[in-house]
Design a protein around this ligand. Structure first.
Ligand code: DQQ
Length: 469
């Protein structure tokens, strides 16, 4: 069991115990949202990968289910740790829920192959006897050949798989009519030389009249910030043409996002809320890793993908407080003991603001030495999430650009939880996701300005209920 629940989140998805990373197999099956995830139940470190499983009717309250996939076959299990059922996706085919995943075995050629597992009840999964359904990488790829994402278009199944050659990440495209026999089509998209030497967890999907590609790029051994590309997909040629490329989330603790299309036509994205090679203070308590809040993706003006926290999260709100026309010079304590799980929406009015830099501090200690700072620089049009003083976790700051609305305002919406902060700027034009590990007692919430005054035309705060009690 968990040794100490102090860092456990209140309304973010976590495994019951152990290690988790990427979300997998996001799909709605018989009306219920399915969330699978890279899982090592036996330790708080990464290990032979299993697929954990949970379901939900509202994307907010999750029911844990038995492990869906465990390493067991020659193509996903081996002698040397490092093997396992790696990331992949899920689709509904008639009555069946089908998982498509990468079987990984170190010290083996080919090292990574694509496999499927099927279920008729959404609980028990059977690995297909024809596995691996793609038993080697194509000439355009390399032994790093993983993370199949499958979707249906015009009656056919398509799959993108991440790979690389010559220092260029790639999304390789396959097509099938039955999910078992796959034909290689070609390279759907690849790095222009600056977009990562290996593409992990590619996700390609239609959004309005464009297609969007999500990529979690690796640079050398380092994982970097996932990006999205707006473009056009030519299914005849099997080529995705890149038009606009943007950072998906400017934070540090966001990786391997995946999307699903739900029954209401919403394109919803969930990411892993932690990152490789970082301090993970919760490991000492027997667990690591969580998922971000689900975010609906909306394409605006064909040039920007906005991330909107799913509306269902509003059902967690309680203890609402409004503030109007706050003028702050220096600093002002808004709440002396803010709940760890809270939501805040702030409208800054720059017409009435003279300060060059202003913002807020959350999870702040009485003496001010511990704090998480969100700083806006109106001249540079930059927002910074500074976690250098945010407790025992990783240090550093994340920076994102923002635009000022035509009426001279800028809106910042913050979801804080026990050990996380997700900041949405102007309806999710930019997002910053970071983990923080402050002391239990650091609860002050302040507004501040440097050299001048800042005007907050409106602010609302809520406490968010826990979904885990
Ligand atoms: N995590 C999985 C891989 C994927 C990586 C292994 C991304 O399938 O490429 O746990 O975090």
């Amino acid at each position: 069991t968990i040794k100490n629940s102090r860092y456990r989140l209140k309304y973010h998805f976590m495994a019951p115990i152990g290690w988790i990373n990427d979300p997998n197999g996001l799909v709605q099956y018989k009306g219920e949202y399915q969330l699978f995830y890279q899982y090592y139940p036996y330790d708080s470190k990464w290990g032979p990968m299993h697929w954990g499983h949970a379901k939900s009717t509202d994307l907010v309250h999750w029911e844990h289910l038995p492990v869906a996939l465990a390493p067991s076959e020659s193509y996903d299990c081996g002698e040397v740790p490092g093997y396992g059922c790696f990331s992949g996706s899920g689709v509904v085919d008639g009555e069946e829920l089908v998982l498509i995943y990468t079987g990984h075995v170190d010290n083996k050629e080919p090292m990574q192959v694509q496999c499927i597992a099927t279920s008729k009840d959404g609980l028990q999964f059977e690995k297909h006897f024809q596995n691996p359904v793609i038993d080697d990488y194509p000439e355009d790829g390399s032994p790093d050949f993983r993370d199949p994402k499958v979707w249906k278009h015009d009656g056919k199944w398509y799959m993108v798989v991440g790979s690389h050659t010559d220092g260029k990440g790639k999304a390789l495209l396959y097509v099938s009519t039955n999910l078992k026999d796959w034909d290689y089509v070609g390279v759907a998209a690849e790095s222009n030389g600056t977009q990562g030497d290996m593409w992990e967890c590619p996700d390609l999907f239609p959004l309005q009249n464009h297609h969007i590609l999500l990529v979690s790029p690796m640079y050398g051994k380092q994982n970097e910030k996932p990006f999205y590309v707006i473009g056009e997909m030519d299914y005849e040629k099997g080529v995705f043409t890149q038009q606009t490329v943007r950072t998906l989330d400017y934070g540090f603790d966001f990786y391997a996002p995946q999307t699903l299309l739900d029954d209401n036509g919403r394109r919803i994205m969930i990411g892993w809320m932690e990152k490789w090679l970082t301090k993970m203070p919760s490991q000492q308590h027997g667990w690591a890793g969580a998922m971000t809040i689900p975010r609906e993706l909306l394409l605006e003006g064909g040039t920007i993908v906005k991330q909107k926290p799913v509306i269902e999260l509003e059902n967690l709100r309680t203890n609402e407080k409004h503030y109007d026309s706050l003028i702050v010079e220096n600093e002002r304590i808004v709440n002396e003991s803010m709940e760890e799980s809270s939501e805040v929406i702030i409208d800054f009015d720059l017409n009435e603001t003279t300060a060059s830099s202003f913002g807020l501090q959350l999870r702040c200690s009485e003496d001010g030495n511990e704090r998480t700072e969100i700083i806006l620089d109106a001249a540079k049009k930059e927002i910074i999430l500074d976690r250098n003083y945010a407790g025992v976790g990783e240090k550093g700051y994340s920076k994102a650009p923002f635009t000022i609305n035509d009426d001279g305002t800028i809106q910042v919406r913050i979801f804080m939880d026990t050990t996380s902060v997700e900041v949405f700027v102007n309806d999710g034009e930019q997002v910053i996701t970071n983990r923080i590990f402050p002391d239990d007692s650091s609860r002050l919430f302040k507004l501040f300005s440097k050299d001048g005054k800042v005007c907050v035309s409106r602010m609302t705060t809520w406490t968010l209920y826990s979904v885990w009690e």
